[in-house]
Design a protein around this ligand. Structure first.
Ligand code: PMP
Length: 284
């Protein structure tokens, strides 16, 4: 695979990062994941806008323009012959040459890394026909989950707990209410209304969430942005999650309780279809 490091395109086994890089020592960096369907980048502008916001919140200067990122994404897709898959992009505060809690001087160049993952048939995942099982896990992450940092240890721990309990993912719960999944936003459907937590510092502002809520409104579906409990989710007609890599994925079981009929519901199926259709035509 060819990967991108600080302006260079290299075979993955020749790409290197300093041991002093603050991304490595302190998880001092942010990332984005853009899906690729039929060679097109899905929601690219949205991901770039969120990247800029994450960097601004951490006072890291954005080292590339949006056009620069787009060129790099396209070159990696071409060099790696990717039709369906993902592009992972990470920007860290870079290498200050030593370890220190204080940020290094502002002229320290950030480290930029990009790589592709090939996932043939990404949009036809068999799981979309059977749905995911999720379990609830206490949300013990930090208080700025709206910044997409590479600090992903707690979500990894929650994912491992979910797997150990025979589930596909965990829904994180804070003060008795669902925040989001380990790497996705969480939704329930009751009486035809789509319910998902309101934006704030406690969840990531999903790019897929924004697109799906816009498409739902355009399709005259009712949307309520508010939090919900696990008990309310278990009593819902449907549940689902959204993310750049899973698109819209039905959830059919929460903590062992079947949701609705225990099979993917019509609202999730319809949203998945219209999201994929729009993405395919609007992709860059
Ligand atoms: N929440 C969290 C915690 C995530 O990690 C992600 C995906 N990275 C999402 C939500 C979904 O965001 P998006 O739709 O932009 O992929």
């Amino acid at each position: 695979r060819t990967v991108y490091v600080n302006g260079e395109y290299l075979p993955e086994d020749r790409a290197t990062i300093s041991v002093f890089d603050r991304g490595f020592l302190m998880a001092d960096g942010v990332y984005e994941v853009v899906s690729v369907l039929g060679g097109k980048l899905i929601d690219f502008d949205g991901h770039m806008a969120r990247l800029q916001r994450s960097l601004s919140e951490l006072a890291i200067a954005n080292p590339l323009s949006e056009a620069g990122y787009l060129d790099a994404h396209r070159r990696l897709l071409a060099e790696n012959a990717i039709t369906d898959g993902l592009v992972y992009l990470q920007v860290t505060r870079g290498n200050p040459g030593d370890r220190d809690f204080a940020y290094p001087s502002a002229d320290t160049p950030p480290t930029v890394v990009m790589f592709t993952q090939s996932k043939p048939g990404l949009a036809d995942a068999p799981a979309a026909r059977t749905g995911w099982k999720v379990v609830s896990v206490e949300d013990l992450r930090w208080g700025r989950r709206d910044i997409k940092t590479v600090q992903l240890l707690y979500p990894s721990m929650a994912k491992m707990e979910a797997k150990a309990r025979g589930a596909d993912d965990a829904w994180l719960v804070e003060d008795g209410r669902v925040t989001e999944g380990t790497s996705n936003n969480a939704y329930i459907v009751k009486g035809g209304t789509i319910i998902t937590r309101e934006l704030g510092h406690d969840i990531l502002h999903g790019i897929t969430r924004a697109a799906v809520l816009r498409l739902a409104a355009e399709a005259q579906m009712k949307v309520e942005e508010r939090s919900f409990t696990i008990a309310e989710a278990q009593a819902a007609d449907e549940a689902f999650i959204t993310s750049a890599s899973a698109f819209v994925m039905p959830v059919v079981q929460i903590d062992g309780a079947a949701i609705g009929t225990g099979t993917p519901g019509p609202v999730a199926a319809r949203l998945r279809e219209i999201y994929l259709e729009e993405s395919r035509s609007a992709g860059l």
